[in-house]
Design a protein around this ligand. Structure first.
Ligand code: GLN
Length: 536
């Protein structure tokens, strides 16, 4: 079949959950045996979100091919269980960079380079590349931002042109909000009408409307929206607040969003998908009786989106273990040796989060010490692993001045250091070890036991590495490198042998955990936390 292009736009307000709606629709289509991918177009000028402060934009998600992307791509992978790539996230910065490079190259043969057609052509090219090259049945493209934003205009214009070019193979889903006014006890449709008017002003008639709401929409409300916005009443889809994002595919299935899409694109509808495994996950999630508390030690604790993939990995691993994971957000800067017990005394597991820069590092090192000494299950991710290494060097190997050259460039004991090839790099964007690298596991180890495999592939995002000059000392004292990159000999996993569960990983397991394939390291970590909860 020809690739079908579905565009998801948003109106009225940001944060309505276009990413989750896109991922849920994709899930429903995928379970009808279509190949589906989802792409996010971001309207900001950064070339990628890698240089964005997590306070601004939440977590930076990394793909197998090493793209630093928007956190929505994490949802796409968690829902679809299929890896995404650089092509799945495009920013205005990248579009302009490509067009300007071409202009400098003389590719436009002396023409005036303009938003229409040059920028819009580049956007269209980036959208169609997924269909042309990878031959997906469906490409769902989520347009970041809200209609009416100046920044989104070129994207909206590209969508208008594509709809015109491919009337039978494209459709637009517009997501809006129906607010509930408590004072009058009413749901209000006017913002939706205005938002659709804005789209119409830009030449786009939406085919399907998805309305976010706190309360059930009545038939009258649906028909009012349908009438004002020129859509069929069956194309007015309710998206009611759900207890978890993983409920949304089920809700969208009940609202027949997938059937609407198939019907409008003149595809056979067939039997509705069962979503058996998905429903099993939801059931386990609801029925879990055990609860474990995991301290997440990080420096962006007021902003949970900064650790999105970690929190979602807990969801997947919790359901697998039939346990609820209660996250205790611990501010790394507050973990001083005195109140470590206060902050961490009651928890069943400690996770030290990834991060950059000095702030919070000493607290993370103290939390690693607390976990080592009190035998609480410990998972250190990236900077978390590096902090565990520094802690071990300082307090077990008695190298008091041990540090990472990221935090203390002049340290005489750089247990974490830049590799030679990184030393000359001064540019901040895209200069890290990024994307998937292989790793060989040693037996016996906690990690081997979790993965049940001796070769793994995990995603990285960092500049600094364990300094192999110290490896012998560490191993003799009981912290062992049980995961090694077979090509470069870099240390990827450190474990403390004399501890029930103490694992530091230089990579990011959280990027690869999905509903249908919960990550083995997280599953085993939560299992260890459950064991801990039984003795404490
Ligand atoms: N700042 C550390 C490095 O660059 C760790 C990065 C991370 O935790 N993602 O090596």
């Amino acid at each position: 079949m020809d690739t079908k292009y579905i565009f998801v736009t948003g109106g009225v307000s940001s944060s309505l959950g276009k990413g989750i709606i896109s991922a849920s629709l994709a899930k429903l289509l995928q379970s009808r045996n279509y190949s589906v991918t989802i792409q996010k177009l971001d309207p900001y000028i950064n070339v990628d979100p890698g240089t964005l402060n997590p306070y601004e934009h939440g977590e930076c998600y990394v793909t197998d091919d090493g793209a630093e992307t928007d956190l929505d791509l994490g949802h796409y992978e968690r829902f679809l269980n299929v890896p995404t790539s650089q092509a799945n996230n495009v920013t205005t910065g990248r579009i302009y960079q490509t067009v300007i490079d071409k202009e400098r190259h003389g590719d436009y043969l002396g023409k005036t380079v303009q938003i229409i057609p040059h920028i819009t052509d580049e956007i269209k090219h980036r959208i169609k590349i997924l269909g042309n090259k990878h031959k997906y049945d469906f490409v769902i493209t989520e347009i970041g931002g809200t209609v009416g934003d100046i920044e989104s205009l070129p994207y909206i214009e590209a969508v208008r042109q594509l709809k015109w070019d491919m009337p039978d193979n494209s459709l637009v889903i517009h997501l809006t909000l129906v607010p509930f006014l408590a004072a009058s006890g009413e749901l209000k449709t006017k913002p939706t009408q205005h938002s659709v008017k804005l789209l119409l002003e830009n030449g786009i008639q939406p085919d399907i409307l998805v309305l976010r709401t706190e309360h059930e929409l009545t038939k009258e409300i649906r028909s009012k929206v349908a009438r004002f916005c020129n859509v069929d009443i069956s194309s007015v889809i309710q998206s009611i607040d759900a207890s978890t994002i993983y409920e949304v595919p089920i809700l969208m299935g009940q609202e027949k969003l997938d059937i609407q899409v198939l019907t409008k694109l003149k595809l056979k509808v067939g039997k509705s998908p069962e979503l058996k495994q998905w429903k099993e996950f939801l059931l386990k999630r609801h029925q879990s009786e055990k609860t474990v508390t995991i301290a997440l030690v990080g420096k962006y604790i007021e902003l949970h989106d900064a650790y999105k993939s970690i929190v979602e990995s807990f969801e997947h691993a919790g359901a697998t273990n039939e346990a609820k994971v209660n996250v205790k957000w611990v501010d790394a800067e507050k973990v001083s040796s005195k109140d470590a017990d206060n902050l961490l005394g009651e928890v069943h597991g400690i996770l030290i989060a990834p991060g950059f820069g000095l702030r919070g590092v000493e607290g993370k090192i103290k939390a690693a010490k607390y976990a080592r000494e009190s035998k609480v299950p410990f998972l250190g991710i990236c900077l978390g692993m590096q902090c565990a290494v520094i802690e071990f060097a300082r307090n077990v190997l008695k190298i008091k001045e041990a540090h990472s050259t990221e935090m203390k460039p002049a340290t005489a004991f750089p247990v974490i250091d830049l590799m030679a090839e990184q030393k000359s790099i001064t540019n901040m964007g895209g200069t890290m070890r990024l994307g998937a690298y292989p790793c060989k596991l040693k037996e016996p180890s906690v990690s081997f036991n979790a993965y049940k495999n001796d070769t793994i592939n995990e995603r990285h995002r960092h500049r600094y590495e364990f300094n192999n000059a110290y490896l012998e000392q560490f191993e003799e004292a009981g912290m062992q490198a049980v995961g090694i990159n077979p090509n470069t000999n870099l240390v990827e996993i450190m474990e403390i042998i004399d501890h029930p569960w103490y694992v530091g990983v230089q990579f990011h397991p959280e990027y690869k955990s999905t509903v249908l394939s919960p990550h083995p390291i997280f599953v085993d970590f939560i299992n260890a936390a459950i064991k801990r909860s039984k003795i404490k």
